[in-house]
Design a protein around this ligand. Structure first.
Ligand code: 2AM
Length: 194
């Protein structure tokens, strides 16, 4: 059995408030259109986050080394721009998507390089490399039952949420599962180089 004091951790980037508000406005009609056709756990706009590395269950004793590695990595990385663009679903191309997401525009490949740097830096600390290729996304909903018609998300690359924004920090999040669903809390923030 898992040690109860272990924390379930992940490293993420938060979109700024104005982007969350734009997404929230766009989500309203989508949620209404999905209505009762499917049971979806929608992510509230203020909880949207872009996961870069899922660390899983972690003993508290590993936190200092993890924090030091994240601080070192962040301090060596200049801040960079991202934009939220497009929408999609996992698994792709199937009639019954389970995860609904918004896409990320990473024109210079900075986010992808950051994800790779995290994998490299954290592997020696015992955090296994992700087997799947990194696929940046903001999860907006998880389909629990029923089917969300793919047409509802067919908005392609033209969909944009606000302007590109600066990524200035990495966040170490803890995820706790409560009867009401998962709750995410920021444990520590790591500033990127200016
Ligand atoms: P998701 O947005 O694609 O669901 C907290 O669970 C965060 O970690 C979520 O954003 C989730 O991504 C991400 N994550 C990545 N791999 C995971 C895994 N194996 N189990 C749970 N969450 C994972």
């Amino acid at each position: 059995m898992e040690n109860v004091s272990c924390k379930r951790l992940f490293v993420a980037i938060d979109p700024p408030g104005e982007i969350r508000r734009e997404i929230g406005k766009w989500l309203r009609p989508l949620r209404a259109a999905v209505g009762r056709q499917a049971r979806v756990s929608w992510v509230e706009p203020e909880r949207l986050h872009l996961t870069i590395k899922f660390l899983g269950s972690t003993e508290p004793g590993r936190l200092p080394a993890l924090g030091a590695a994240l601080r070192e990595l962040a301090a060596a990385l200049p801040a960079f721009e991202l934009a939220i663009r497009g929408a999609g679903r996992f698994p792709e191309g199937e009639r019954a998507p389970r995860v609904l997401w918004l896409g990320v525009d990473d024109p210079e490949g900075r986010l992808a390089r950051l994800a790779e740097a995290l994998e490299r830096q954290l592997e020696p600390l015992g955090f296994a490399r992700e087997k799947r290729a990194f696929s940046a996304h903001l999860t907006i909903g998880r389909v629990r039952a029923g089917t969300v018609r793919p047409e509802l998300l067919r908005c392609g690359e033209t969909l944009r949420f606000g302007n590109p924004f600066d990524v200035r920090e990495l966040l170490l999040y803890e995820s706790r599962t409560l009867p009401s669903g998962p709750v995410y809390g920021v444990l520590e923030r790591f500033a990127l180089a200016q």
